[in-house]
Ligand binder design. Structure first.
Ligand code: DC
Length: 231
């Protein structure tokens, strides 16, 4: 079976299951998977650990700009799927905490941070055959992506999914607090000046409130077959 040389851009709201879906699609197609949100989370962790963002999310811009120059964020796969590293340190666990989730939206609203992340994504997508998930992949990072999916789901379903994820990692999560964090992030992500979360005009909506991963895979394989003929 041959697969087309395309970029699949999966954008949408927080905790709609973009990453899990994108990983499955990438594995099925034999493509590389890139989690753009992980890179924004990596920059946020860097800012927190270096005292560059305070409790009220005020950002020390000069320090952050200097830090970005030498910041190494990259993905490695040692059998546990793609994980984010800074230098030799795996930061996959740290970037998924509520502490990072609470500060990632203001950090990702900074234009220079977006340029930093975009350059990593552009390099990875040079030869197509990638699945990327995020907020602006189909609108800004790869507006020429051949297939664009915009994911959404009921906010309470999303909050429950995120709370389950956190629980599975041993982090106690109050569902209302998770819901509040999601809604705040949706708002900031959709209203920021630089590259806001919007549906690309040529994106296809996937509302997975009542869909299993199997349902979603059937849906996208059908779509790819119709559009590209040989998935
Ligand atoms: O997908 P995620 O929840 O891990 O993303 C974390 C944050 O990163 C999200 O709140 C907004 C930001 N983000 C972004 O601004 N643009 C992207 N392409 C991906 C994520």
């Amino acid at each position: 079976m041959t697969t087309p040389d395309i970029i699949i851009a999966i954008d949408g709201y927080s905790s709609t299951g973009k990453s899990s879906f994108a990983k499955l699609v990438a594995a099925d197609m034999g493509y590389l998977y890139l989690d753009s949100g992980a890179l924004y989370r990596g920059v946020t962790l860097f800012a927190i650990e270096n005292g560059l963002i305070d409790e009220d999310c005020n950002i020390e811009m000069e320090g952050l700009m200097k830090g970005l120059v030498g910041l190494d964020l990259h993905f490695e796969n040692h059998g546990n799927g793609t994980e984010l590293y800074t230098g030799e340190r795996c930061i996959e666990k740290e970037i998924r905490t509520l502490a990072v989730s609470g500060k990632v939206s203001p950090i990702s609203a900074v234009a220079e941070v977006r340029n930093f992340v975009d350059s990593i994504l552009h390099a990875a997508g040079r030869n197509r055959r990638v699945v990327m998930d995020g907020r602006d992949i189909g609108t800004t990072v790869f507006p020429d992506a051949e297939l664009k999916i915009f994911m959404t789901a009921d906010p309470m379903v999303r909050a429950q999914r995120r709370a389950n994820e956190l629980k599975a990692k041993g982090e106690e999560a109050d569902i209302m607090e998770v819901l509040k964090n999601l809604q705040e992030r949706d708002y900031i992500d959709s209203h920021r000046e630089v590259s806001p979360l919007t549906q690309a005009p040529d994106a296809i909506v996937l509302d997975n409130s009542n869909m299993t991963f199997d349902d979603q895979m059937v849906w996208i394989k059908d779509l790819i077959e119709k559009k590209f003929g040989n998935a």
